[in-house]
Ligand binder design. Sequence first.
Ligand code: ADP
Ligand code: ZN
Length: 288
Amino acid sequence: MLYGALEAGGTKMVCAIGDENGHIIEQVSIPTTTPDETMPRIIDYFKDKDIKAIGVACFGPINLDKKSETYGYITSTPKTAWKNFNIVGCIKDALGVPVGFDTDVNGSLLGEITYGCAKGLTDAIYLTIGTGIGGGVMANGKLLHGMLHPELGHIIIEKRADDKGECVCPYHKACLEGLAAGPSIEKRWGKSAKELFDDSKVWELEADYIGTALVNFCMTLSPQKIILGGGVMHQLQLFPLIRNVFKDKMAGYINTKTLEKLDEYIVPASLNDDQGIMGAIKLAIDAQ
Ligand code: ADP
Ligand code: ZN
């Protein structure tokens, strides 16, 4: 059985064909420009591939409320060409197969829960730290949507007194994304995050912000595991620093067995950056 998978991102659309075991059989990448240009190329890729269903893990904000008239739409995105675009309707009309739909980060989490390091867990978080920060949440075995979907990147945090940078989020004076995503690192230090790899003060501050956020997520959502992905988290030296901040700021308040092994609790994504597209395969499998 073949399934279609689309990881819809702000810069590129990854399209893949997978099987019922989550194996990626083939995959292509199409630049994200406008719906008029990009969608026909996506449809062209999938149309004659004999897929049973398709899963779409999509940048947002998106409407996941099946009772809403605008279910399946990309809603208030800053990518103006995609604002109020009915991505699910467009794909369903063209391909005539069931469409599974969720956020990009819920897709990555589903990939890790089904095929990766969070296999078998019922409560977990996937946080991506890249151009932006976003988080997927599974609670009691279900991907969390709630009123809209979680926006873990925009929690309000305190800017550290010695931080000479600025919060680059256009909405918030001090939020996690505005202080800790790739562009804010670059703005603060004048070089890309990659080039700063050996500058310990950069990663000490970064770990402080991320570790603080993870304490808050642990307190509010009680995950069994926290997975960190995205470009910035390729700096693996961040992991021990983040775990130290987490331990310090948690201050022993939650003392479960799980938290005794922080190196198994706060972990890197495990699927070679395929977690999103593999999650999209699972969204397709679940949609049929
Ligand atoms: P996106 O979030 O756009 O999907 P990425 O997850 O690759 O894409 O994130 C891009 C951001 O991550 C950029 O700000 C870039 O500077 C940063 N980044 C990418 N690779 C690395 C790396 N190896 N080390 C540190 N930062 C990186
Ligand atoms: Zn913000």
